[in-house]
Design a protein. Sequence first.
Length: 100
Amino acid sequence: MSIYSIWESRFAATEVAEGRAVTEAIWRDMPGFDGYLSHELLVDADDPGHLLVISQWTSRALADASLRAYAGHPNARAANRLVTEPRRRIIASRGEAVSR
């Protein structure tokens, strides 16, 4: 079963364009990692500096390996420098639909 790696970043109004650009650059690199399947970048409609990236991976081990391998990359360091609070990563799996 695949997993989802969900990243949340918050950039100040003065850093929105650069923050989004570096986030997009990070995710252009991810297809080069084993286990990467896809991603989607979501922008908060009320706060354009608040970004979510929902990515899908074949396994948590491969998602974790990409995180370790990319941590020192200039794009990752730039994103960490630009955010107003530390970026958060959540690992999730698809839940069963609940009927009411």
